[in-house]
Design a binder for this molecule. Sequence first.
Ligand code: PMP
Length: 317
Amino acid sequence: MFKPSAKVWMNNHLVPLEEAKVSVWAHGIHYGDNIFEGIKIYKCIDGRSAIFRLRPHVRRLFFSASAIGLKIPFSMIEIEQAIIDTIKENNLVEGYIRPLIISGEGDIGPCPHNNVIHTVIGMGEWESYFNKETIRTKISRWRRDHRVMPFYAKVAADYVNAKLAKMEAEASGFDDAIVLDLHDYVIEMSAANIFVVKGSVLMTPSPDQAILRGITRDSIIRLARDMGIKVKDEAMINKNLLYDSDEAFSSGTAAEVTPIKTVAEEDGEGDKYTDIEEMPIGKECPGPITKKLRELFLKAAKGEVPEYAREWLTYVD
Ligand code: PMP
């Protein structure tokens, strides 16, 4: 369960959570044209708290806004400072930060011009997205494709696709969905990226496919290369490669690194789906490469490796 902090930063003011409100006529409530970020703050080994990769998250916030024509009325530096101020105000030691740009009041047609923009930074305590050591997954009936929605940006409306995929997986008793594109290539999870290991090579779908360019994905690629693991970060992963892989895991700010134990698939098409077949991935879960990457990722996020701490962490004193 998410436990929201008491104070929210909204349009340049720190206000109590109960006062952080928008009108029912906010455009984004009707059409989902809001954008957001998800950032983690970890309690580090030395007792201090640090935001993990603040700058790339804030950069992606601005990228997502521009992808759907929203203009954030603050600079990146102002947003970063507001995040730090709000953490301090809330005394948040470890948790999840949610910057949110709301398409506000004005026109009510689907493509508004000059509507108010609300800039919000909320935060709170949240366990992992999965809260499980390993997950069982199902290939979703829902797809992601470039020509359908801007899945490369964190647009609220994209997450109806994520909800549908996760809802479908949970209805069949699985933890999460694996989403394919319209050509049957593996894209990502409901709200996390995916990696597979085949032999000694770590693979993940290409940024040219309908993926969100995850900041955890980027961190894992860097850590793996630093460990001497060969990485193919523009892989075209079809279902056969997935089933045949030695290891698979999901990566994300909230998901961190979560090993995938099994993948299931339904038979049938249209409304007529029949059997579900569930297959294990590799011989053991987590596999050795996943285990090593997971350990190093958490060490890096918690300030245990000076090189990554210098580059990736913003300490909040
Ligand atoms: N894909 C989707 C659809 C997501 O929602 C997320 C979570 N933000 C990710 C991938 C992983 O991105 P990140 O590592 O930046 O959290």
